[in-house]
Design a binder for this molecule. Structure first.
Ligand SMILES: Cc1ncc(COP(=O)(O)O)c(C=O)c1O
Length: 449
């Protein structure tokens, strides 16, 4: 866009009436439209705002841009694909980049993961995974296994299945009965014993035993799958207690229940390994992913499954689809081009190892906020951290939202959920940028009422 077009574009955007048309997702629309915050460009660790300021992005877009913004090999791959193949019908036709992207994903996934079905988002990945779990049991003659188990404070996107297994009341209460036959494990958040833990908290493995209680209540023969985020991200960064995921795995295996890890945030290096399954040494049956798959550049998600799951479907007449499921834009050429370039870039630059190496510096920096006014907990693993503030009486979320706004004014982008500030920088983050972010947060939090 040339400068004149850009200025014209902005003028239209900032005109009150034009802004009204865009019903913004997960946004306080009225507050935003009174004082818009527009991002107009990005590069590396920074955004440029509409008022010409540079903002340090400490949330990688939205847990997406693990390699930093607008990386040249990814941009080039997307441009080249757009100029070569715009759309390739994904049903009964294929294109080479889809197969390469799938092979790359499987090469970095845990060893038991053999196949991936592409989607266009994390929410689609979750609902696809839940459907695969239900269908898999039926394929094997266990059609009574229809219950799905999520977890309190889980976030699995916004489609009906994901909302149902999700455990954030504000995301659920407006939407009626959601999906029948869903139950929830308790949250693993135990601030009274685990506050200010570095890495995996010591207490809480016993919370996995609640699955035994649900089995006793419903009977294993009715339960299809358990879905959890290895690290719960959107609910405010909850790191799994030591031994918790292992125990969940054992109980699922004992009762023939599929274990789904929702790795939409943790996938592609966030915890310092390609997937959190590898970081914590616990292998699920299905992994959902998105975000970092294309470095956030083109919408794309994926459902990664074990060989067992895929093979159970490979039967019946060969002229019929084995699974009646898929999206018009599944494995879209632009997304696959972006994924191929992204996954190559992660490998070429050793970015997961960099995230792992930078994690102790990041940990020390965020924990230096302990003792700052209002801060009641700090938790972290890999390059993700949550800083929890005491809620203002009668106004939950208000204090953290003010911190978010003040940080933005000072050139720092953070994410807040409730009264928790989440940090998840791109893996190219430098020590000085971590220090700058933490210093800004320290000042802003201390000055917030
Ligand atoms: C664990 C998890 N699952 C699913 C989703 C939904 O992804 P999307 O917003 O791409 O639909 C998210 C988004 O943050 C997530 O964190």
């Amino acid at each position: 866009m040339n400068a004149a077009t850009e200025a014209h574009h902005l003028q239209i955007m900032l005109d009150g009436e034009s802004m009204a048309a865009h019903w913004m997702p997960f946004t306080a629309n009225r507050q935003f439209k009174q004082a818009p915050r527009l991002l107009v460009a990005s590069e590396g660790m920074y955004y440029t705002t509409h008022d010409g300021r540079r903002v340090l992005d400490m949330i990688a877009g939205l847990w997406c841009c693990n390699a930093g913004h607008r990386r040249e090999p990814i941009v080039r791959a997307i441009q080249e694909m757009a100029a070569t193949l715009d759309m390739a019908t994904p049903f009964n036709m294929g294109h080479p980049a889809a197969f390469t992207a799938a092979a790359r994903v499987i090469a970095m996934a845990p060893a038991n993961m053999k196949h991936v079905m592409f989607t266009n988002s994390g929410s689609e990945s979750v609902d696809t995974a839940l459907k695969i779990a239900l269908a898999w049991h039926r394929q094997r003659g266990q059609g009574s296994r229809t219950r799905l188990i999520g977890r309190v404070r889980g976030y699995h996107g916004v489609n009906l299945g994901g909302t149902a297994v999700g455990g954030i009341v504000g995301n659920r209460k407006l939407f009626g009965a959601l999906v029948a036959g869903v139950d929830h494990l308790p949250s693993t958040h135990l601030p009274e014993v685990n506050a200010f833990s570095r890495g995996q908290p010591a207490h809480g493995a016993y919370l996995a035993d609640e699955l035994e209680r649900l089995v006793a209540l419903h009977d294993a023969s009715t339960i299809a799958a358990v879905i959890v985020e290895p690290v719960a991200g959107s609910t405010g960064v909850l790191i799994p207690p030591k031994g918790y995921l292992e125990r969940l795995r054992e109980i699922c295996t004992r009762h023939g229940i599929l274990l789904i890890f929702d790795e939409v945030i943790t996938g592609f290096g966030r915890t310092g390994a390609a997937f959190a399954a590898q970081r914590y040494g616990v292998m699920p049956d299905i992994i959902t992913c998105a975000k970092g798959l294309t470095n956030g550049s083109v919408p794309m998600g994926g459902v990664i499954v074990s060989g067992d799951i895929y093979e159970a479907f490979m039967q019946g007449p060969e002229h019929l689809p084995e699974l009646p499921h898929g999206y018009t834009y599944s494995a879209h050429p632009l997304a696959c081009a972006a994924a191929n370039a992204t996954l190559k870039l992660y490998a070429d630059e050793g970015l997961f190892a960099r995230a792992h190496a930078m994690a102790p510096t990041f940990e020390d920096a965020v924990h230096s906020l302990r003792g700052t006014r209002h801060v009641i907990d700090i938790r972290n693993d890999g390059l993700v951290a949550g800083i929890e503030l005491e809620p203002r009486p009668g106004a939950p979320g208000a204090r953290a939202f003010e911190v978010f706004l003040a940080c933005y004014q000072r050139g720092l982008l953070v994410r807040t959920t409730g009264d928790i500030i989440a940090l998840s920088p791109p893996f190219i983050v430098e020590e000085a940028q971590i220090a700058q972010a933490v210093d800004t947060l320290r000042e802003v939090i201390a000055q917030t009422a």
